[in-house]
Design a protein around this ligand. Sequence first.
Ligand code: SF4
Length: 699
Amino acid sequence: NPQQPDATTESVCGYCATGCSLKVHLKDSEAFNLSADANYPVNLGMACPKGWESLAPLKATDRATTPLLRDASGKLNPITWEEAMLEMITRFKSIKQRHGGRALSWLSTGQIPSEEMAFLGALCKFGMGMIHGDGNTRQCMATAVAAYKESFGFDAPPYTYQDFEESDVLVFVGSNLCITHPIMWQRVMRNRRNPEIIVLDPRRTETAMAATKHLPLRPKSDLALLYCFARLLVENDWLDNDFIQAHTEGFSELKEFLLNGPYDLATVAELSGLDQGAIFEVARMIGSGKRVSLWWTMGVNQSYEGTRVAQAIINLALLTGNIGKPGTGANSITGQCNAMGSRLFSNSTNLLGGHKFTLAKDRSKIAGILGIEEDCIPQEDSWAYDEILEGVERGEIKGLWIIATNTAHSWINQNRWNKLREQLDFMVVQDMYHTSETAQMADLVLPAAGWGEKEGTFINSERRIGRTRKVSRAPGQALADFHIFQLVAHYWGCGELFNRWNSPEAVFKILTEVSKGQPCDISGIKDYAMIESEGGIQWPLPEGTEAFDTQRRLFADGQFFYPSGRAKLIFEAPRKLPEATDVEYPFTLLTGRGSSSQWHTQTRTGKSDVLRKLYPAKSYIEINPKDAERLGIESESKVVISSRRGEITASAHLTPITPVGSIFAPMHYREVNQLTHSSFDPQSRQPNYKACAVQVCKA
Ligand code: SF4
């Protein structure tokens, strides 16, 4: 039977941060099929279309199979690995010699294993002398990181997926879970407690349609609405006063802010366009004393004031004591398969293991564990993604290494940033495909293995470390990113620093050592075999932990990560939209995931015939039929959408899902970010993809 595998193995999916396990079917050690893993505690035998189609992108005809170097005429030509390394090192060293280590930088991803992220960050900072590097996790999770750090004292999502099934009230803020995290949604559907499902979203999304209550608030009135809920909790004493007193600080200041600010029911109902009764009812449910869990994702994170919105959600959980217990939590749902690995181990924003570059004792600890000189470790924080690109714009950064991310498509206000290419002396792109928009702009393309062609670990949304495995050989001369980093270290002349970093599992061991004593302590994980036998392991797991549950949440003891043990109630008055609508640009542009069958810039999912059939090939927008009628726009006709930054053409999909006065554009098409506005959350530096002003007219 040609469909009969001669072996199977399990590997965590390489798309979203749900972290489903896939059972990969092998013949002669090569993957030829897969199914969902029925025994893994995350997905319980389920997978979404992207997971089922995970093998298709590996067989694409446009895989990068050899290094490519651009010649004087602008053509990319195949070269050997040795030529590629000599070129990259010569060009980068020349830049460093002339301008210093600050003139080199890297941009990486939440899509590669923690071991590779850690190697890249250590190589760039400790080996090559760079200061600034960041990942595309800045586009998805930076806000949650900043919010948790300030509120809890560490970047610590508190929940386990079991909480979806054990809540009485689930509140989703800016999350279309049905589409963005379909297997998490299936966990909600398994909830047998007859829960209230409340969705706060301007659009009547698939999740909103399935909810028991949808609050279609006006775009970016979320912060005022959350403060209104908190004020109603205070006014009606729907509070867990014992919890507040024992485990939080800042309550009296928050109370004064809420009661003296414009967060009363009438004012917020007017601002948000919501019914007063509906707002009151949701506040009452949050303060009901039942098990309440609050969940958020990109509708919150990708905002100019995202950190404060996330903290307003965290405050609701703290005020009602909904944390550390089954079915509760202020829970950030992560985007990419290893965004949390990047948060803890990429050595970009934080020193390895959630340490601080600015603390001498942290630098000394890491230097001791790694056996390197302390002065190899920078004493300052890295610039964020947007600051790095501004560094390029100012001519301070001259050499850029981009790994497994498609900046030219995904970064906000694309037309501005794509001009930066001309500012760079040398740009290296390391990717599975030579055809991505970013690879097409490179001076040098390094061909990389993809998910399924290499080993390592990912950390999912609920802090679960899972194994991803090599089940297929990479084509041509493509190498695992891990091996490319080894090559770069060797040719740079700093290979000796990384003698211990000789395999992904050896690096994982190092990561367990650097984590020791941190909130994310995983020193109790002995090896990969332990992760595999346990069905993934949630952090923390300190050395000496003998027995542990497969579903664990944080803060069961009410102790947070500040020295006081208390969580902080943080607040700040809402700010104005960076770009409000006006007569010339009267529509608010909302962007987001358009389908469970597509992933980000379609670099991989666009390679699957099956996934392409599930999703329109050409760019489209959603517009409310009332707006369409007023503008004379017919269903599926072409429209021109323009902002102060650019103009695109797309098909018009008429749907009441999107409210009057807004349009929705999926992020999967390159055109969209020609329109978006360069504004950022000041705490997290996350881009504000969710609201800018545009004009729509017939093409
Ligand atoms: Fe699961 Fe996400 Fe992979 Fe889909 S993309 S199979 S939800 S991990």
